[in-house]
Ligand binder design. Structure first.
Ligand code: ZN
Length: 382
């Protein structure tokens, strides 16, 4: 008979180190696993999730996203059913208190959960949405991706390809998932695993779901809901060949990754340009300041410089003025505009216009002599 070790060798491969997590209501533990045999020893039928990233180097790099090669794209379709959630919370509560006892009450709740899942078909939408994406993959690559019913309220889809290192794996995967979501109007594709590589963990096939008591099982595009549920209740490890699902997605991913890095480069250029413009403006301000002249032993500061020195980075920076949330009233919007000559808050009952002197006086609650000292210290005459 086809066994689990054979399946894991095909499904996870033999040549890569993978990062596995054991998640239970009591604790979360992480394991690095290098061989399917070790995985079998760890399994014990429950609680282990896996990360589909492959760490190509070392244990230390497991939290990094860019140093890991990926060999599959993982999508998680998940329904949000309140009834199931309530039962789940009750079961977790029982498991927290008596982790190793199977109580009568827990058994009843598990049966309730299964009934909702099987009779009310609450996992139908995620399964159907995963199938729609699977058909698109078939039309594009000529093979079906791997479909796995999670054993609870969700469905997983894996698109395997030859391992590839990406510079921006998170953003790249997010772009692809967003594209599928908008193309198919998907309502159950969970965005979290698509955004964060380390959140991208998935249940190991043929393990028992701790809440439903049902198993994560592979199914085919032609399987109907009832068939999938039957497989999940009475799992049989079926012969599996990764080769039958292999796509050449790895040829396209670097292109999308390159597109992402160009986007990032463009964003950086825009930031640089903004900084350059700001520096230019600041230079002009300096020149103006010399023309304004000198009072006593300090320079009259440009209010925008004063604002940036005291209030920090502005909310917005325009050609002639910058804006802040007004420090003189409880302000949710940036109501304060700061020009060369003054600070202005137009909110009724607030300060109105303040020049540099009155701003300092009011902001620090200083006497005139103190304001003068402050200016001499901070804006000394050249
Ligand atoms: Zn104000």
């Amino acid at each position: 008979m086809y066994n689990l070790i054979e399946f894991f060798k095909e499904f996870y491969g033999e040549s890569f180190i993978r990062d596995y997590r054991r998640i239970s209501p009591i604790e979360t533990r992480r394991f690095i696993v290098q061989s399917p045999k070790v995985l079998i020893r760890l399994l014990n039928g429950e609680y282990i999730y896996s990360n589909h990233y492959m760490s190509v180097n070392s244990r230390e790099e497991r939290n990094s996203t860019t140093s890991k090669a990926m060999d599959r794209l993982f999508m998680d379709f998940d329904t949000d059913d309140q009834c199931l959630k309530d039962i789940k919370n009750k079961i977790v509560d029982i498991q927290m208190k008596k982790p190793h006892n199977i109580l009568q009450e827990e058994q009843e709740l598990i049966h309730q959960y299964q009934d909702i899942l099987i009779e009310d078909k609450v996992a139908e939408t995620p399964i159907n949405e995963a199938k729609r994406v699977a058909k698109l993959i078939y039309d594009t690559f000529g093979v079906y991706p791997i479909l796995v019913f999670s054993g609870a309220k969700g469905c997983h889809l894996y698109i395997p390809y030859n391992p590839v290192l990406l510079n921006f794996p998170n953003k790249t995967i997010e772009l692809i998932c967003n594209d599928y979501t908008s193309r198919f109007n998907l309502t159950t594709l969970d965005p979290a695993p698509s955004r964060d590589a380390n959140a991208r963990i998935s249940r190991i096939p043929y393990t028992r779901h701790p809440i439903s008591g049902m198993y994560a099982v592979l199914f085919g595009i032609e399987d109907d809901y009832t068939t999938i549920m039957e497989k999940s209740v009475n799992p049989v490890v079926e012969p599996f060949k990764m080769q039958n699902h292999m796509t050449d997605f790895d040829k396209y991913l670097p292109e999308i990754d390159m597109h992402v890095s160009k986007m990032k480069e463009l964003e950086k250029q825009q930031r640089d340009l903004q900084n350059y413009r700001r520096r230019l403006r600041n230079q002009r301000k300096c020149n103006r300041r010399v023309n304004i002249g000198i009072k006593g032993r300090y320079r009259v500061p440009d209010c925008r410089d004063l604002a940036q020195d005291i209030l920090g980075v502005p909310e917005a920076d325009y050609e002639d003025y910058i804006t802040y949330k007004c420090p003189f009233h409880s302000d949710k919007h940036p109501s304060m505009s700061v020009y060369n000559e003054n600070f202005f808050c137009g909110v009724s009952g607030c300060v109105g216009a303040l020049n540099y002197w009155n701003f300092l006086k009011k902001y620090y609650n200083m006497a005139d002599a103190e304001v003068r000292d402050y200016l001499i210290d901070n804006y000394p005459e050249n």
